[in-house]
Design a protein around this ligand. Structure first.
Ligand code: MG
Length: 236
């Protein structure tokens, strides 16, 4: 999983480098797929429930699952990239949101809050903690940053399958949920919006957007719960 995670981290760094006005989302996808395959891994998203590409590219009010296409990236856009790779049967899954150009104070708050919410969730994933501890840590940062939490999509267990049974909500459910034992691997992935986080899925069957078209961000890491605490697997 460390190897798979490194491939995913590299892909996100590569996309960050290539992300500029004029590039199409399909070009970003091609760059990602080529890198994943060259690394001896496979793109886990491609063909997953029929998803046609290796990364998700979600722009502005799109929250997650945007499909790469001939759409051109422009200055002033919020661009969320989600990537997944399988290396020798093991999965890595991570996402980051970028801004093309100089972000406003509100965009800086959205991206910063979402990233911090992820890091707080990771820090809470110590052995013996519950899923609710992670969820609460994410929620507290989101509230502090005055961002709304997208609720229908949650983090998940991950390992030899991209989505394993454990669910990791980005808000308190009022139930402790599973205890995080040493060896558990989860993907934590807060999705936050500047306005209302009520979402709907577009007619393409994939792209999730905020109903009020407010900007959204998505940060995700795959982590392992170890005796020494949480370890981020999707890092270089
Ligand atoms: Mg995920």
């Amino acid at each position: 999983m460390r190897r798979a995670g490194r491939v995913v981290a590299d892909v996100l760094a590569l996309i960050e480098e290539k992300l500029a006005p004029g590039v199409t989302t399909a070009q970003l996808d091609a760059i990602a797929e080529e890198y994943i395959r060259k690394s001896g891994a496979r793109p886990s998203f491609k063909g997953y429930k029929g998803f046609p590409a290796s990364i998700c590219v979600s722009i502005d009010d799109e929250v997650v699952h945007g499909i790469p296409s001939s759409r051109v990236i422009n200055e002033g856009q919020v661009v969320s990239i989600d990537a997944g790779a399988i290396w020798h049967g093991y999965h890595g899954d991570a996402a980051r949101t970028f801004y093309v150009g100089q972000p406003s104070a509100d965009v800086t708050r959205l991206l910063g809050t979402t990233r911090l919410a992820l890091m707080a969730g990771i820090a809470a994933a110590v052995p013996g903690a519950t899923v609710e501890d992670v969820s609460g840590a994410v929620e507290d940062v989101a509230v502090e940053g005055r961002c709304d939490i997208v609720r229908p999509f949650v983090g998940h267990g991950i390992g030899t399958r991209m989505h394993e049974d454990l669910q990791v909500p980005n808000y308190r459910t009022g139930h402790p949920g599973a205890v995080l034992e040493v060896g558990v691997c989860i993907a934590i992935e807060p999705m936050l919006a500047l306005g209302s986080a009520d979402v709907e899925t577009l007619a393409d069957g994939w792209t999730v957007v905020t109903k009020d078209h407010s900007l959204a961000a998505h940060f995700e890491h795959t982590i392992a719960v170890t005796e020494n605490g949480p370890v981020i697997l999707t890092t270089a």
